[in-house]
Design a binder for this molecule. Structure first.
Ligand code: MSP
Length: 538
C-alpha cells in the first residue's frame, strides 16, 4: 500500500546536510553555493509533502581556527562566536536558507556525544596508539601522501605544496591514536558496488573507488601538539582530529545517544552535499566510522564542483573581493539563488562572471519570466477587470500547453528532487515559460480582444486563463528556488486566497490543470525582476 501523506509525516525525515563550514573567515560565494543547493533540495522535498530535516552548521575546532584566532588576538571560542553570529548566520538568513537546525561543533550537545562515539570505537578495539610522521596541510587539516604534493616555485621554491591550497605543507611527527581504517577497504568497496548511487556524480564515484582500491591506511584520529579540540576521553593529552569531530555533527545534531526517537526518525542522511574537495572524508572515512560503530550509512554523498576564479578554486584568498551580498544587492536574493544552480551543471566546476549573470538575468528572468507575469496580469486587468475568466474554448493550442506543463513538472521533479540536477530541472520550468510566451505571441490576445462576439470573448478568456493557470504552476515549481518572487507572483494571481499558502502546494499536483479557480482576483503585483542598475564600480 502506498504511504499516505500523514504516514510519511510520521516516518523517517528526508535528511539533507551541508558541510559544516570552517569559521576562520566569513562565508564566500563557494560556501553559499552548496548551502543554497541544499536549501532548494529541502524545499523541493517539503513541497512533495515529505517530512524534511535540513542541517547546516560550523566546524570550529582545529589548528586552522586556532591560528586565526591567535593572529587576531582573541580566544578561539570568542572568534567562533563572533563569526557565527555576525557573519554566518546572518548570511544564511539573508539568502532565505530555511535550515531546521544549525550545529556548532563547540556545543556541548556535540562535544559530549563525540567523546562517547570515540570511546565506543576504542572499547570495540577499533582504535590503537602509534606514531606517525608525514606532511600535513593545515588548510585541509589533513595528512597528505608524499606523492600528491607539488613542488613549490618562487617564494616557495624548494618546499612541497598542498595540491589544493598551493601552500607549503608542514612535516609533523606525533604519537597519535589511529582508527583501523585499513580494515574497511573491502567493506567499502562492497558497499560502493552494491549501491551505485552512493557517490555522485559518476566522476566522483570513480575517483573514490580507484583511491580505495589502492588500499586504505589507518587514520590518525588525535593530535597532541595543540589543544583546541575535543579531548580524547581516555587520554586528555590528545584532542580528537578535527575531521572525526566534524563528520560526527551529522549524527550528534539529530540526537545520537541522546534522543533515540529523533535519531531514528532522521538518521542517516539521505543526501550529504559536499564540495568535491572533501569527498573522500565523506565517502570513505565517514561510512567506515559508521560501519565500525554499527550505524546505518547515508543514502548519497553528492559532490558539487568548484566555483572557480581565474582557473582556481574560489577561496578567501582569490575572491577578487566579490561577496554574496555584493551580488544580492545588485541582482536580488532570488536571482542569486537561481543563477548559480541555473548556470553551472551541479557536480561540474563553473566560473562566475558579472556579465554572464547580467545577461541571464535580463533575458531569462526579466524578459522571459517577469514580463510574462506582468503582461498576463495586465491583460486580465484590462480585459476582465482583474477577475480571472473561465476557459471555455480549449483547443489544440491549449492542449499543447497542458501537455507542456505536465512534461515540465515530471522533468523538474525527477531532475531536482531525485537526481540533484538543478540546472536540468530549472531549465525544464523555463522551457515551459518560453512555451507560454510563444503561445501568447501566437494567440495575440490583444487582437482577439477587439472581437466583441461571444466567440471572440470566449477565446480571449481561454487564452488568459491558460496563461494565468500556467503561471500558477510556475510559481509552485520555482518556489523552492526563488521563494520571494514566487510569493509575489502567487499574490498577484490571487492564489493565496483561492488555493492557500504557496509552500503548501505539492509539486506532484502542480501539473493538474485547472487548479486556479475562475473568478480569482488577479492584480498587477510588484515587478518580479526590476531592470538592473549599472554595474557598481569598485
Ligand atoms: N569544515 C570542513 C567540512 C566539514 S564537513 C563534516 C570544510 N569546511 S570549508 O569551510 O572549507 O567548506 C568546505 C565546503 O564549502 C566545500 O566542500 C564546498 O561545499 C563549499 N565550498 C568552498 N569553496 C567552494 C568553491 N570555490 N566552490 C564550491 N564550493 C565550495 O571543508
Amino acid at each position: 500500500m502506498a504511504a499516505t501523506g500523514s504516514e510519511k509525516q510520521g516516518g523517517k525525515a528526508f535528511y539533507v546536510t551541508t558541510p559544516i563550514y570552517y569559521v576562520n573567515d566569513a562565508p564566500h560565494l563557494g560556501h553559499a553555493y552548496t548551502t543554497v543547493a541544499g536549501d532548494v533540495l529541502s524545499r523541493w522535498h517539503r513541497q512533495r509533502g515529505e517530512k524534511v530535516w535540513y542541517l547546516t552548521g560550523t566546524d570550529e575546532h582545529g589548528q586552522k581556527i586556532m591560528r586565526t584566532a591567535n593572529a587576531n588576538g582573541v580566544s578561539p571560542q570568542e572568534w567562533c562566536d563572533k563569526l557565527v553570529e555576525e557573519a554566518w548566520k546572518p548570511l544564511w538568513e539573508h539568502l532565505e536558507i530555511a535550515n531546521d537546525d544549525f550545529i556548532r561543533t563547540t556545543q556541548k550537545r556535540h562535544t559530549d556525544r563525540v567523546q562517547e562515539f570515540v570511546q565506543d570505537l576504542y572499547d570495540k578495539n577499533e582504535i590503537y596508539k602509534s606514531s606517525y610522521e608525514g606532511p600535513y596541510c593545515v588548510g585541509c587539516e589533513e595528512y597528505k601522501l608524499p606523492g600528491e604534493l607539488l613542488d613549490g616555485e618562487g617564494e616557495y621554491a624548494g618546499q612541497k605544496l598542498c595540491p589544493i591550497h598551493k601552500k607549503p605543507v608542514e612535516l609533523l611527527q606525533e604519537e597519535n591514536y589511529f582508527f583501523k581504517l585499513s580494515e574497511y577497504t573491502e567493506k567499502l568497496l562492497a558497499h560502493y558496488e552494491a549501491n551505485p548511487d552512493f557517490i555522485q556524480p559518476e566522476s566522483a564515484r570513480n575517483e573514490v573507488v580507484n583511491f580505495v582500491k589502492q588500499g586504505l591506511q589507518d587514520l590518525s584520529i588525535s593530535r597532541s601538539t595543540f589543544d583546541w579540540g575535543i579531548p580524547i576521553p581516555w587520554d586528555d593529552k590528545h584532542v580528537i582530529y578535527v575531521w572525526i569531530d566534524a563528520l560526527l555533527n551529522y549524527a550528534t545534531a539529530v540526537g545520537y545517544n541522546e534522543n533515540p526517537e529523533k535519531f531514528e526518525s532522521t538518521f542517516p542522511a539521505d543526501v550529504h552535499l559536499v564540495g568535491k574537495d572533501i569527498l573522500r572524508f565523506h565517502a570513505i572515512i565517514w561510512p567506515a566510522m559508521l560501519m565500525a560503530n554499527g550505524l546505518p550509512l547515508p543514502g548519497r554523498i553528492a559532490a558539487n564542483g568548484w566555483l572557480m576564479v581565474g582557473g582556481e578554486k574560489m577561496s578567501k584568498s582569490n575572491l577578487t573581493g566579490i561577496k554574496p551580498q555584493d551580488l544580492t544587492s545588485h541582482f536580488g536574493v532570488d536571482a542569486y539563488r537561481w543563477y548559480f544552480l541555473r548556470a553551472i551543471a551541479f557536480g561540474q566546476d563553473g566560473s562566475f562572471s558579472w556579465e554572464d549573470f547580467s545577461a541571464r538575468y535580463t533575458s531569462e528572468l526579466a524578459n522571459d519570466y517577469g514580463n510574462l507575469a506582468s503582461r498576463v496580469a495586465a491583460m486580465v486587468g484590462k480585459y476582465f477587470g482583474g477577475e480571472l475568466p473561465a476557459a471555455t474554448a480549449d483547443g489544440e493550442a491549449e492542449k499543447a500547453i497542458h501537455d507542456g506543463l505536465a512534461h515540465a513538472v515530471a522533468q523538474a521533479d525527477r531532475k531536482i528532487g531525485d537526481e540533484l540536477d538543478f540546472q536540468g530541472g530549472i531549465l525544464a520550468v523555463f522551457d515551459f515559460v518560453k512555451q507560454v510566451n510563444g503561445y501568447i505571441t501566437e494567440q495575440e490576445p490583444w487582437k482577439v480582444a477587439k472581437d466583441a462576439s461571444a466567440e471572440g470573448q470566449a477565446r480571449l478568456a481561454t487564452i488568459l486563463y491558460t496563461a494565468a493557470e500556467s503561471l500558477r504552476a510556475v510559481a509552485v515549481l520555482l518556489n523552492p528556488v526563488m521563494p520571494e518572487t514566487s510569493q509575489k507572483l502567487w499574490d498577484s494571481l490571487g492564489a493565496e486566497v483561492s488555493l492557500g499558502a504557496l509552500a503548501d502546494q505539492q509539486i506532484q499536483e502542480a501539473g493538474d490543470w485547472g487548479r486556479l479557480p475562475a473568478g480569482t482576483t488577479v492584480t498587477k503585483g510588484a515587478v518580479l525582476f526590476p531592470r538592473l542598475e549599472e554595474k557598481p564600480t569598485a
